[in-house]
Design a protein around this ligand. Structure first.
Ligand SMILES: NC(=O)c1ccc[n+]([C@@H]2O[C@H](COP(=O)([O-])OP(=O)(O)OC[C@H]3O[C@@H](n4cnc5c(N)ncnc54)[C@H](O)[C@@H]3O)[C@@H](O)[C@H]2O)c1
Ligand SMILES: [Zn+2]
Ligand SMILES: [Zn+2]
Length: 370
């Protein structure tokens, strides 16, 4: 079968739209026709050097679609099922899946190489193997993926909105609710209001935070954050620090959550300084972190009981949380439609990533031709 896909061939290159050969699904695999794909910043990190993959690679790891065929032994879904993809597969049996940490599933170990667990690829052209970002490659019309990468969802849900619960929503929402452990009455500071950070605002609000203070240099992002329930919005970390000092009578924040695309020492230091005793810093942003060392005061960690954590997929359980978040959406308790600023096609995908870098969109969504 042939499929059109957006491919990265090297660092610092745009996506090229080309036709690829796609294998039939093997044992435990499914053929999916993608309906939509979200423009997450992580795909940009494939080309900016922050998450260097094996090239060439088909981009896209936020996806939704319809199952067209299944390989031998597939029990989880059948042709015609509507699914949302999880950017981390869930095998259900590895050390992490079997101890309630499905977001760390061992099957996700090769998501940047983009091959199946047995080391083979499903996309090919001109005698070359092409990887699939997160073993998904949602910037392709069709793909062959593991049954462990899909979560069946209700047929009536709009797949072009539900697509966002494949990465941005749980990764952002869970940063506040699960990894950060935000509680009623907490003061939370959120750095970076993009496709993830805006959902961290939703998560902090759901958890009953008293103050949700956001920091983003872009005015549009700050305005959106206020519409989603933030209580204060600032262009700089310094302004946020001063406000938190006042709001908490010097006790400072309970959580500082970092969702910027390019994490650097000043952001991490600002987060570490804005939390008070017993406070938690969570780093979710991935950009610029390869080989970087972050310095914090060991005395403050020990004497003030401060914690620094990383967060993958918002410490959520894809199988459970994707369905749960869509229920919240269906009941009007979680915003998805409002997250999407602009929709794109394969042909305008590079423009979408330019818009993301220019701060023009909260989340862009690529809608595939039907
Ligand atoms: N850990 C995970 O599970 C996970 C999952 C998906 C994405 N990510 C990463 O999260 C990050 C955010 O992704 P996104 O899709 O939301 O990106 P995005 O580009 O949509 O949002 C980033 C936001 O950060 C803002 N920003 C930049 N510098 C800032 C600063 N110094 N202070 C405050 N705000 C600043 C930008 O204006 C933008 O609004 C990326 O690095 C992405 O790779 C992590
Ligand atoms: Zn993502
Ligand atoms: Zn597993």
């Amino acid at each position: 079968m042939k499929t059109r896909a957006a491919v990265l061939f090297d660092l610092h290159q745009p996506f090229e739209i080309i036709e690829l050969d796609l294998d039939d699904p093997g044992p435990g695999e499914v053929l999916i026709k993608y309906t939509a794909a979200g423009l997450c910043h992580s795909d940009l990190h494939l080309s900016d050097g922050s998450l260097p993959p094996r090239f060439p690679i088909v981009g896209g790891h936020e996806g939704s679609g319809v199952i067209e065929a299944v390989g031998p032994g597939v029990t989880k879904v059948k042709p015609g099922d509507h699914v949302v993809c999880s950017f981390i597969p869930n095998c259900g049996t590895c050390r992490y899946c079997s101890t309630g940490r499905q977001n760390l599933c061992d099957m996700g170990a090769t998501i940047l190489d983009g091959h199946m667990p047995d080391g083979t690829f499903r996309f090919h052209a001109d005698g070359k193997d092409f990887g699939a970002m997160c073993m998904l490659g949602t910037f392709s019309e069709r793909s062959v993926i593991s049954q462990h990468s899909v979560v069946k969802v209700d047929d009536w849900l709009p797949l072009d909105k539900a697509v966002l619960v494949g990465c941005g929503v749980p990764s952002g929402w869970g940063t506040a609710v699960y990894t950060g452990g935000v509680r009623q009455g907490d003061t939370v500071v959120i750095y970076g209001i993009g496709g993830l950070g805006i959902n961290t605002v939703q998560g902090a609000v759901h958890s009953g935070a008293r103050h949700v203070v956001v920091v983003d240099p872009v005015q549009f992002k700050r305005d959106e954050a206020m519409k989603f329930g933030a209580t204060h919005a600032f262009a700089t970390a310094e302004e946020a620090h001063a406000a938190v000092e006042k709001l908490t009578w010097g006790q400072m924040a309970d959580q500082a959550l970092i969702l910027v695309g390019t994490v650097d020492e000043p952001v991490v230091s600002a987060a570490f300084d804005v939390i008070g005793k017993g406070g938690t810093v969570v780093i979710t942003g991935l950009g610029n972190m390869t080989d970087k060392t972050v310095q914090v005061s060991g005395t403050q960690l020990a004497l003030f009981g401060k914690t620094i954590k990383g967060s993958l997929f918002g410490s959520a359980n894809p199988q459970y949380d994707i369905v749960k978040l869509l229920r919240l959406y269906d009941e009007g308790k979680l915003k998805l439609d409002e997250l999407i600023t602009t929709t794109y096609t394969l042909e305008t995908l590079n423009q979408g990533y330019q818009d993301l870098q220019d701060g023009k969109i909260m989340r862009g969504v690529l809608v595939h031709d039907t």
